[in-house]
Design a protein around this ligand. Structure first.
Ligand code: F0G
Length: 487
């Protein structure tokens, strides 16, 4: 095979730029509406970017979940989908691809990542057990707690530092992991969980060495290791970039090795294979049998698991494409370009650049807004108003309240600007960077938020808030003064 370039390309000027290694053949019209219309839209959406209609959005950087661009081969594969309740050939093609990429025999399809978390939590967590992990994901934690488990985050000291040179902020602290087993004993630990490209702390990867060390502790304590592989392609790419031993390795070999250390691997296909759906994969028949019946109960028959067969076909192709450097390097390269540009302008962003998106530190960006007034939520609303770009709050609004009803203030207060794979061009990326810079110059105009309607569970999805004071009007007035009629 011809060696293909991935990541950035050196220009004659000396600059390294992320060049799109694909061509655009299907396009979707976007709407960049006037600022007054954007203001009306965010008012209607309760200052919650989840509640916006995409007709009011210019660049949708909410998430990469289900929004990565599919390849021509993925779309083509959907035409040969085999509609069958049981025994669909589409499933067997996907099963073969999953076996190849993850190196596990048994493939249990589910309708999306959290469905896997539901089954895993129901089967493997006993009330009162703890689950040590590098960091939680929102849906993961809820499922584990619903089943009586307690999440223990045992990240390293570098993990939550916004500005850092540590290449593997997603590592587990091995001493802390040993201490968890010493305190709770093997029976008190349901399993250990590692999340690839640790989402909530800025898409930060773990190293292969750390995974091996975690495996060794699991072996000593006869504990199961569960790997959340939703963003495993990007973690593998960053292992290749940042861990000397893997500099010349094949991504597929890296993926295989990562999965070989875990008894159970699960993923959201909305991310990893640029489709919709998900799966749990294991080698041990006993583990498979424990989950099989719940799968049929909650998801559907074993050969579709709540997914459409068309998605299953695209998933088969997408999983194999995850082994292609030019595919999995695309999002991290654009994230890096954005992070480095904002960092160079003195804007507080999570460094080093990770997977999934650029993460802006809202506490550093808006130091005048107390955390209980939700600076990351305010920043998401402000950026939407002044640019039409939709990011996602990953801070205290995405957290929960304690038993006294007080907010549990998030460790990090981030605005995530996601880069779904192969969706945005470099000029669109430059537009976002420009508007973030303008907002930073005018940051003192942004104020906090307060709840209007706060749901008890996963409140960040459906909750409605309002601004404290009239700061949106002031921000809009300044925008108009600087940009005139320009959008
Ligand atoms: N695990 C991780 C690491 C995730 O990032 C996600 C979803 C899930 C599990 C759940 O998968 O959405 O298919 O049910 N992350 C999305 C995001 C929602 O926007 O980061 P799901």
């Amino acid at each position: 095979m011809t060696k293909q370039t991935s990541g950035t390309i050196k220009f004659y000027s000396g600059e390294q730029l992320p060049v799109e290694l694909h061509k655009v053949r299907i396009v979707q019209k976007l709407f960049l509406k006037p600022i007054d219309e954007r203001y009306a839209a965010i008012e209607k959406g309760g200052y919650n970017t989840f509640l916006l209609n995409t007709k009011d959005i210019f660049l949708d950087m909410l998430t990469d979940s289900g929004t990565n661009a599919m390849s021509d081969n993925q779309v083509a594969s959907m035409l040969q989908a085999d509609d069958a309740y049981a025994g669909s050939q589409s499933f067997y093609r996907m099963e073969a691809a999953a076996r190849e990429v993850f190196g596990k025999q048994y493939v249990l399809p589910v309708h999306q990542g959290r469905a896997a978390e539901n089954i895993i939590s129901q089967v493997f967590i006993k009330k009162g057990q703890v689950i040590p992990m590098n960091y939680h994901f929102t849906t993961t934690k809820e499922h584990m707690e619903l089943n009586g488990g307690k999440v223990l985050e045992i990240y390293t000291d570098e993990a939550l530092k916004i500005k850092s040179d540590e290449p593997f902020k997603g590592n587990i602290d091995i001493d802390k992991l040993k201490a968890v087993f010493a305190e709770h004993g093997s029976d008190g630990v349901a399993f250990v969980r590692m999340e690839a490209s640790t989402n909530l702390i800025g898409g930060q990867p773990f190293s292969m060495q750390n995974l091996r060390d975690v495996r060794a502790v699991c072996d000593e304590n006869k504990s199961m290791l569960v790997l959340d592989a939703s963003l495993i392609g990007e973690n593998a790419y960053m292992i290749k970039q940042r861990e000397e031993e893997y500099r010349n390795a094949d991504v597929k070999d890296i993926l295989n090795e990562m999965c070989s250390y875990a008894e159970l691997v699960y993923f959201s296909s909305r991310k990893v294979s640029s489709t919709r759906g998900g799966a749990i994969v294991v080698n041990d028949e006993e583990l498979y049998l424990k989950m099989r019946d719940l799968l049929v109960l909650f998801e559907g028959f074993l050969t579709y698991g709540g997914m459409s067969v068309r998605e299953i076909e695209a998933m088969a192709v997408g999983l194999l494409e995850t082994c292609d450097d030019t595919v999995i390097s695309q999002s991290p390269s654009f994230v890096k370009y954005t992070v480095d540009s904002l960092d160079a302008a003195g804007i507080p962003v999570v460094t080093p650049a990770g997977a999934l998106g650029c993460h802006i530190d809202a506490k550093g960006f808006l130091p005048h807004i107390p955390q209980r007034d939700y600076p990351a939520g305010a920043l998401a609303s402000a950026l939407y108003i002044i640019s039409g770009c939709r990011g996602m709050e990953r801070g205290t609004i995405s957290s929960v309240r304690n038993e006294n009803g007080d907010d549990i203030l998030a460790d990090v207060e981030l605005l995530r600007l996601a880069f779904p794979r192969r969706v945005f061009t470099l000029s669109q990326t430059m537009f976002v960077i420009d508007r973030v810079k303008w907002l930073y110059e005018n940051r003192e105009l942004v104020g906090g938020l307060e709840w209007v309607d706060e749901p008890p569970l996963l409140r960040f999805f459906l909750g409605k808030l309002k601004p404290k004071g009239d700061w949106p009007q002031k921000l809009i007035a300044k925008f108009k003064a600087d940009f005139g009629d320009s959008l």
